[in-house]
Write a protein that binds this ligand. Structure first.
Ligand SMILES: Cc1cc2nc3c(=O)[nH]c(=O)nc-3n(C[C@H](O)[C@H](O)[C@H](O)COP(=O)(O)O)c2cc1C
Length: 353
């Protein structure tokens, strides 16, 4: 029996296996609107057999886009444009999911193949916001520190985005609190130098994330799962670290988060990452063990045996794949074959299976 291909119950949903498509920006939207590319890209991976297909970091406010080409879910037209994507993914037996995001001081930057750093105002860029007026680095935009009204606007934007995600037909929401984007900027003492209720010690720095979780859970049905992606460590001395992540995971789970997706880094150009196969798996394992919450493992997981070991060994409940699924949308079929597991192919493709 393969652990990777065993189903997983999350609230009212049953995931058909433990493989999820990690959210991946496609830098292919105009005015935040998902288009044909998103339908085909996400749809292919649902056809490919993944259990959960998470649409890319989608901005809850226009100024929260990483690049001008990011998708959004800050208005009704975007929600309508997402609806066929969610419906198609669901029709393939996968759970349609969306990552809700705000890029904070890492907003208004170039899509990777268009350039690096800040997009100027006359080229479609905008003023960016952050917990404190500290830029990511010299090439990035200089942010304005959010005031109390600005913070309240962010919380209600996540709330409203969750309402729209539900209307669009998504069945799972992931809150993006990783990779140095706005919520992570509040968590880390390196980027959060506030002296009000949203800064200072652990309680102040985690306040915004917990308020966002509450705001989303208020409208996200009890029958549907809510995931939280965090960077378990900044990989910088004196930054956000795994012990704080465990504590946050405990608080998040108590507030209705059903899985902590354990990534890392992205907050500081000073990060010193030790890269290697499955290098972030120990974070998922520790959070799962110490916080007693389901976790997702992600990062340089590329083989069926590696993914199987992660789930079978109790390091994580779900394995999220990004680049391997770009190379091979049919990874789940190939993995099932390699592990001798049963998997349902689409009826249209049965003659090839
Ligand atoms: C093209 C691309 C876009 C990405 N966009 C996002 C994103 O929107 N949200 C996010 O949390 N991570 C994003 N990531 C990170 C991936 O979700 C994943 O965590 C990372 O690539 C490590 O997994 P891998 O080794 O399987 O690629 C992106 C990665 C890639 C390659």
């Amino acid at each position: 029996m393969s652990a990777l291909f065993s189903p997983l119950r999350q609230r009212g949903l049953t995931l058909r296996n433990r493989l999820a498509v990690s959210p991946m920006c496609q830098y292919s939207a105009r005015d935040g609107m998902p288009a044909h590319w998103h339908l085909v890209h996400l749809g292919s991976r649902a056809v490919g057999g993944a259990a959960v297909v998470i649409a890319e970091a989608s901005a809850v406010l226009p100024e929260g886009r990483i690049s001008p080409e990011d998708t959004g879910i800050w208005n009704a037209a975007q929600a309508e444009a997402w609806a066929p994507v969610a419906a198609f993914v669901r029709a393939q037996g996968a759970v349609p999911a969306i990552q809700l995001a705000h890029a904070g001081r890492k907003a208004s930057t170039f899509a990777p193949w268009r350039g690096h750093g800040a997009v100027a105002a006359d080229a479609g860029g905008w003023t960016v916001v952050a917990p404190s007026a500290l830029a990511y680095d010299d090439a990035y935009p200089q942010p304005q520190a959010l005031d109390a009204a600005g913070i309240a606007r962010v919380v209600s934007a996540f709330h409203d985005a969750a309402v729209r995600a539900l209307e669009a037909g998504f069945e799972l929401v992931e809150i993006h609190a990783a990779h140095g984007y706005l919520l992570h900027q509040f968590l880390s003492p390196l980027s959060n130098r506030r002296d009000d209720a949203y800064g200072g010690g652990f309680e102040g720095r985690t306040r915004l994330v917990l308020e966002v979780i509450d705001a989303v859970r208020e409208v996200w049905p009890d029958s549907l799962p809510l995931w939280l992606r965090i960077s378990a460590t900044d990989w910088v001395d004196g930054g956000w670290d795994v012990a704080q992540s465990v504590e946050l995971a405990r608080l998040a789970a108590a507030r209705g988060v059903d899985l902590v997706d354990a990534s890392s880094g992205g907050l500081s150009p000073r990060q010193a990452i030790t890269l290697g196969p499955g290098y972030q798996v120990p974070f998922a394992a520790r959070i799962r063990r110490e916080a007693g919450v389901a976790t997702g493992a992600v990062g340089l997981i590329t083989t069926p045996q590696q993914a199987e070991r992660i789930v079978a060994g109790g390091d994580a409940d779900v394995v999220l794949l990004a680049r391997e699924l770009l190379r091979d949308p049919y990874f789940p079929y190939h993995a099932a074959k390699a592990l001798g597991a049963e998997i349902d192919a689409p009826a249209q493709y049965l003659r090839a299976w």
